[in-house]
Design a protein around this ligand. Structure first.
Ligand code: AMP
Length: 281
């Protein structure tokens, strides 16, 4: 595995490899890697000849400064994890390489409706930041395939929108959410949970499963309200419990039998904000 922070080295490497017409798969991350990230790397390696992974804690996607300063940084152990895995190239750019002109005057992307709901509503500016960094990383890596986790369901949709808006020649592959033994979705933020919070955290996935069971059985508004109540009772501060059309993310007030839907939750335990989702059909 080649590790560098310099774009020119990345370019040199990719130019040489691409001369053979090889497919490039890209796994962008913010580090603090766990088995969920490693699964993306494995899927990428199965489907591409060259696997590029990046670690960059992108300042522009944090609407909460506190979340940014407390975001875990574990570069050394990340490299140790990736070394024996299938990564060919690890790119760890500096902010000055990604944002050479600073972050004050950045492009704005028309993400439409997607930016007004769920994560877009509760984390203003977050998806603009995601798009700003992803546009740059995609320009640098120029992958054929982009591997992202379904755990960040709305982020996958935003990326698909960006790829369409800018006509970027890349295909996004959504990879399933990897979970801990008790159902908690793996996340870099889980390391910030204390013992008591960690024990409570699987309630998010339990509640998603409960919504899935109830989905076609009762009044959807009532189901969402009850689900939020379950989480509140267990000590969460709920941002949202929603059910949406899985293709458009349009929020549903009534079930859509026979059509794909997704239930999504965002909730805080203490200062730590957790998100998760489940497909309902
Ligand atoms: P992050 O480092 O949190 O920005 O995540 C980098 C990529 O890993 C994103 O595409 C995430 O959706 C994906 N990811 C994060 N957690 C998981 C998980 N538990 N299972 C599968 N993919 C994940």
């Amino acid at each position: 595995m080649i590790v560098t922070k310099h774009q020119y080295l990345l370019n040199e490497y990719l130019e040489k490899e691409r001369a053979y017409g090889l497919t490039t798969g890209f796994v962008p991350t913010m580090g603090a890697l766990h088995a969920g990230h490693m699964q993306l790397v494995e899927i990428a390696a199965e489907q591409s000849a060259i696997t590029v992974c990046s670690i960059f804690i992108n300042p522009t996607q944090f609407n909460d400064k506190n979340d940014f300063t407390k975001y875990p940084q574990t570069f050394e152990s990340d490299i140790h994890l990736l070394e024996p895995a299938a990564t060919d190239f690890l790119f760890i750019p500096l902010a000055s390489e990604i944002y050479p002109s600073g972050t004050d005057d950045l492009e704005h992307y028309d993400l439409g409706f997607l930016e007004t709901i769920l994560e877009g509503q509760y984390r203003p500016g977050h998806f603009q930041g995601v798009c700003q960094v992803m546009k740059r990383l995609l320009d640098m890596v120029q992958p054929d395939l982009l591997f992202m986790g379904q755990k960040d369901y709305q982020q996958c949709m935003v990326l698909e929108k960006l790829i369409g808006l800018l006509n970027i020649p890349v295909q996004l592959i959504r990879c399933p959410t990897l979970r801990e033994f008790d159902g908690l979705a793996m996340s870099s933020r889980n390391t910030r949970l204390n013992e008591e919070q960690r024990q409570k955290a699987p309630a998010i996935f339990e509640t998603l499963n409960w919504i899935k069971e109830q989905y076609l059985k009762g009044d959807l508004q009532d189901i969402k309200k009850q689900a939020a109540g379950i989480l509140n009772d267990r000590g969460f501060r709920v941002d949202y419990v929603e059910v949406a059309n899985a293709n458009s993310l349009e929020l549903l007030t009534d079930p859509m039998p026979g059509r794909p839907a997704v239930a999504l939750i965002a909730a805080f335990l203490g200062e730590v904000r957790l998100i998760d989702n489940i497909l309902l059909s």
